[in-house]
Ligand binder design. Structure first.
Ligand SMILES: Nc1nc2c(ncn2[C@@H]2O[C@H](COP(=O)(O)OP(=O)(O)OP(=O)(O)O)[C@@H](O)[C@H]2O)c(=O)[nH]1
Ligand SMILES: [Zn+2]
Length: 359
């Protein structure tokens, strides 16, 4: 279907770039000053779903943006058909400056360093206390990614019904990371009914019956309020269960995305931004953390998250790795300026930048 006149720029973006002899069809370029502000909710193979006022608009990147990436969380300027009606396609003509960029390094599967989430200010690292076993090295890598991007880390430990949180929390105590311990097992579909429960699982949502579960989810909600939080977690840790408890509309929201993309979305392919119901704030659910390569990370950005240690690096040799005999941080700690456990934790984090088998 081809439209002319008012919708000519919409027609323009429908032209496939590789179609033989194709040319921009616009007779008049839209004035970008008239562009509306959009917030990117998800990106699926070049199709960008954004929120424009209260409408969900599907858009594509304008040609003039070139290779510039548009990612979840981006603030963008959108032109064209902004009605949000089915089968309409708008155009993103500008990406506003990002306040933060959570990145992953190029790896064997993908040679490009990429921004995963833009404009987040918090990274929720979801880890199960058991099933699957916690992987402290992976948590450390997430922490480094958070510090590098300038995001506040938040540790969410799930499945407390299966194992105690104490030992893992001890590991992170010197880092002073905020944490919440949750347990949603008895409510989660497929988890089996709790012994004291009459009916099967999956009837009530998490938190509907158990005051402790409710308290944990509420505590998480409080920590997310007013913030843009990217959620990361290894497969099976209960991230989806938690996000669904926080954003019960999620099923519907993913349904909408399905309608937009026409694809099934049982596994999260792209990150997806979800508004917290009733309070300001966004949850950005991301697929897996396998791809958190950290080669791009500059140690000085990580040390910035350690204000007690940072001044001690003034006497370090140039380009100090902070894990070498001449590093000034040992003397700094010996002089009582910071706790040895803090330096130990910093060094452990910096060491995770070297990828090892199985990370
Ligand atoms: N025992 C227990 N099981 C839980 C808890 N939270 C979630 N589960 C179960 O753990 C399994 C994985 O949960 P999901 O929410 O699908 O985990 P996920 O991290 O989204 O994993 P993927 O969907 O593979 O990315 C499911 O069978 C849940 O029912 C919990 O607190 N305790
Ligand atoms: Zn040093």
């Amino acid at each position: 279907m081809r439209r002319y006149g008012k919708n000519s720029d919409e027609d323009d973006v429908r032209v496939r770039p590789n179609r033989r002899g194709s040319r921009p069809r616009t007779h008049r370029r839209p004035k970008h000053e008239d562009a509306a502000a959009g917030f990117v909710l998800t990106v699926d193979r070049g199709r960008i779903t954004c929120l424009v006022e209260d409408r969900t608009v599907t858009a594509m990147k304008a040609r003039e943006l070139g290779r510039k990436s548009v990612v979840v969380g981006d603030r963008v300027a959108v032109v064209g058909d902004l009605s949000g009606r089915k089968d309409t396609l708008a155009r993103i003509v500008r990406v506003e400056e990002r306040s933060s960029a959570l990145r992953r390094t190029a790896d064997d599967d993908d040679p490009m360093e990429r921004v995963v989430v833009a404009n987040a200010d918090q990274l929720a690292i979801v880890t199960a206390l058991a099933d699957p076993e916690p992987r402290p090295r992976l948590i450390d890598r997430c922490l480094v990614a958070a510090y590098d991007a300038g995001l506040d880390p938040l540790l969410i430990l799930t499945k407390a019904d299966l194992a105690p949180a104490g030992p893992l929390l001890d590991t992170y105590a010197p880092l002073g990371i905020r944490h919440v311990v949750t347990s949603a097992g008895r409510f989660a579909p497929g988890a089996g009914p709790a012994p004291d429960e009459e009916g099967g699982p999956g009837t009530g949502g998490p938190g509907e019956e158990d005051p402790e579960v409710l308290a944990a989810v509420e505590r998480v909600r409080e920590l997310l309020t007013g913030r843009v939080t990217a959620f990361v977690g290894h497969s099976g840790v209960g991230k989806t269960t938690l996000v669904n408890a926080l954003v019960p509309e999620r099923q519907r929201a993913t349904g909408d995305v399905n309608a937009v993309t026409g694809r099934g979305r049982h596994t999260t392919v792209s990150a997806l931004a979800l508004p917290l119901p009733g309070v300001p704030g966004w949850v950005i659910d991301t697929p897996g953390v396998r791809s958190f390569g950290l080669h791009h990370v500059d140690p000085s950005r990580v040390i910035h998250a350690f204000p007690d240690l940072e001044p001690g690096t003034a006497d370090c040799p140039r380009a100090c790795s902070h894990d070498e005999p001449d590093c000034a941080l040992d003397a700094w700690v010996a002089a009582g300026h910071a706790e040895p456990a803090r330096l130990h934790s910093l060094r452990r984090l910096l060491a995770t930048r070297e990828r090892r088998e199985g990370d």
